[in-house]
Ligand binder design. Sequence first.
Ligand code: PLP
Length: 387
Amino acid sequence: MDWRTKLLDPTPWSRRDYKSLATPVYRGSTVVFDDQDSVQDGWQQEKYGYSYGLYGTPTTLELAARITHLEGAHNSFIVPGGQAAIALVYMAYCSTGSHALVPFSAYGPNKEMAEGILRKFGIEVEAYDPLIGSAITSLIRDNTTLIWCESPGSVTMEIQDVPAIVAAAHESGVAVALDNTYAAGVMFDAFHHGVDVSIQALTKYIGGHSDLLLGSVSTRDENAYETLGPVYRQLGMAVSPDDCSLALRGLQTLAARLSQLEKSSLEIANWLAKNPHIAAVYHPALPSCPGHAQWKRDFTGSASVFSILFKDHCSFQQVENFLNRLTIFKIGLSWGGVNSLAVIYPDLHRPGQNFAGRLVRLNIGLETTSDLIADLKTALAELPPVK
Ligand SMILES: Cc1ncc(COP(=O)(O)O)c(C=O)c1O
């Protein structure tokens, strides 16, 4: 064999019996088959064997299998991010003429998709009050094909009565998808509570270190799996095995991180609730959070993200100055990593509520709690005196 050909020979030379605690990173687009008869080209690689890297290498499928196992799902797809997961669900469950329901507290880009791509394709998405519960029945139409839940909601943190919504939806034969990112797929048992599809932005708690973007779409049964699978294939939702490897590592420390994040976040939320500048703390484990009773009934814990509403005597500018004075808390979107973050959503709209830029979302990280409280205390001290 010429040395140039030798360079390209994929036959392994080293021993193959290496046993490690880590999942190897398998890269690869092309899969080679033993013979022409063995060639197949399906997305159901768990069932029929590997066909093409687009549908996952062993690293990707290991992550999918672990998410499946953790969530008690039938199967999971790993996709490029949480938003990609949302897109996949819409594309699989809706078609021209469909009607879908989404809580008005849903992740912003979910609603943007409704106003953008989905409207362009003739899909109508209607926003509903996240606290509607079983009264959602009145919004279900003959052409309703999908109901989204996101609990707690983004920024305003409403906890939904998911079992009541599922019961109403299933009575009309409508599928329910849940954005279960806050609960990291573990603190709220989506499938026990009847949802058909549970998605996560793995970017948040599973990744856990603000250095990857991934999503998961987990299914309740074969029906949901077969509804999503062909669309997953057609959209070509490839992910990097390197990112999946980081997510697999994130899973190993998820329990330890969630436990510390819950403890620290609760301490900080309770401390903030006593501050005279704060009108309300929207933390699911605090009675001041809308839907707190549902959290108590359905969740096994709370996470690191919550919001605080400043009282009327604080102007938007003063709240902004408060944020800019923070030093350990960084200003940034997203959450679920090791660093504490704060951000104002100046344009946040909720029907019947005007936050006037006084709502701040916090993500608590793994820094020492007393340092975080000291950081908040220093920044709060500069606010105008309470009248
Ligand atoms: C609740 C929720 N769902 C989905 C997403 C989207 O995830 P990604 O950033 O991985 O696309 C986010 C991101 O902030 C989120 O907060």
